[in-house]
Design a protein around this ligand. Structure first.
Ligand code: ADP
Ligand code: MG
Length: 238
């Protein structure tokens, strides 16, 4: 579960075509990174997959079903934003449980999922704290915890580490990679940071002005960049 297919997807804002017709397949369990300069359409593409923006044309399939008209909450995906969007007045436990309470799961199931997520993310000792009493890294983990408890078929991350300082970013990068190994769930990760892309991705999608310049493994892109833009962006000497 977690294969995502974009079929001739386009997005226009008014008369501006931000995403020209785009085809992309993300395999089940793959860690895919969308990388490219600011304004190239990474967030828009992720929001289209999440259902937070409507397609202008084309089709998105998840595990073989057309979800183009399916609302975000019913796509089985979980999005993690760069601003943590935690509720300051709620405990960590309640923040993590929030989507499950909304979905009206029973309390025993909520408790089970919250304690699993807390364990995976090393938050067990912090469940009764408020977000304001946590470090930036811990807050980001709570945001990820809130995604994990939904047991999504894919996680969508939009520059989740850009608010953290450099040292913490390295640590969280490793944690997210570990999480991916552990859960084996599809993850799509948006960043403008080449190092994050090269170290985290199974597959990198290089975007420029809404176009896919190249798709491949970090090694492929490094060894065989298709053009100067990719070479420059990925940092290989060609
Ligand atoms: P990235 O995440 O790669 O920085 P975005 O997907 O946010 O890029 O934006 C891609 C382009 O679409 C930019 O030119 C941006 O100004 C434009 N854009 C994004 N959202 C909107 C919107 N709601 N209305 C109009 N233009 C938008
Ligand atoms: Mg963005």
């Amino acid at each position: 579960m977690g294969r995502i297919v974009l079929d001739k997807v386009t997005k226009r804002f008014g008369s501006v075509e931000v995403i020209p017709p785009l085809d992309l397949t993300i395999e089940d369990g793959e860690f895919t990174v969308f990388v490219g300069p600011s304004g190239c359409g990474k967030s828009t593409l992720l929001r289209l997959i999440a259902g937070l923006e409507d397609l202008s044309s084309g089709k998105i399939e998840i595990d073989g079903s057309d979800v183009s008209a399916v609302p975000p909450a019913k796509r089985g995906l979980a999005m993690v934003f760069q601003s943590y969007a935690l509720y300051p007045h709620m405990s960590v436990r309640k923040n993590i449980a929030f989507p499950l309470r909304m979905a009206k799961l029973d309390q025993a199931e909520i408790d089970r999922r919250v304690s699993n997520a807390a364990q995976v993310l090393n938050l067990t000792d912090y469940l009764d704290r408020r977000p304001g009493q946590l470090s930036g890294g811990q807050r980001q983990r709570v945001a990820i915890g809130r995604a994990i408890v939904r047991e999504p078929s894919a996680f969508l991350f939009d520059e989740p580490l850009s608010n953290l300082d450099a040292a913490l970013r390295v640590g969280m990068r490793l944690e997210i990679s570990e999480l991916h190994k552990r859960l084996e769930t599809t993850m799509i990760y948006v960043t403008h940071d080449q190092v994050e892309a090269m170290t985290m991705a199974d597959k990198i999608v290089v975007l420029r002005a809404g176009n896919i310049e190249q798709v491949g493994s970090p090694l492929d892109l490094y060894n065989q960049p298709r053009n100067r833009f990719v070479a420059g962006f990925i940092g290989s000497p060609r």
